[in-house]
Design a protein around this ligand. Sequence first.
Ligand code: SF4
Length: 162
Amino acid sequence: MRYAQIRETDIANGEGIRVSLFVQGCPFRCKNCFNEDFQNFCGGKEWDSKIEQEFIDLGKRPFIKGYSMLGGDPMAQDQDFLNLLKRIKEETGKTIWVWTGYIYENLNDFQKECLKYIDVLVDGPFVEELKDMKLRFKGSSNQRLIDVQKTLNSDKVILWED
Ligand code: SF4
């Protein structure tokens, strides 16, 4: 996995004060993507055990509510991403929010494995024609804030409510 940026405190992406990881690489080419520089899978920096530890430790600070994963597309990454999710849950128990261009119903087996550790998945590509600046935590109205753990225990998608 490669990554573009880490934010030590982030109040814009998810509930409460969070730490954010912007991964590098996204297969979608949404018109007017917010982070076009993060689309190239060869850009950014290599993810390694040192930066992984630093990121997890940032989130352990008492005032941090959880971890947010954006990009790029976190769900287009490799085993490094799944390992990171597992470690966060096992070592901190804090919430994990993930933004992806994939649609929940179409996720592959690897992505479904990732879901076990995710609390909120904001799914679907950014659609310029459906853009609405008033929306909370998402850019266009086609995207959904999915309560993943409730959805996994249900036969339909359940949306996150704060
Ligand atoms: S899914 Fe997100 S990062 Fe990827 S092209 Fe669309 S807006 Fe950009």
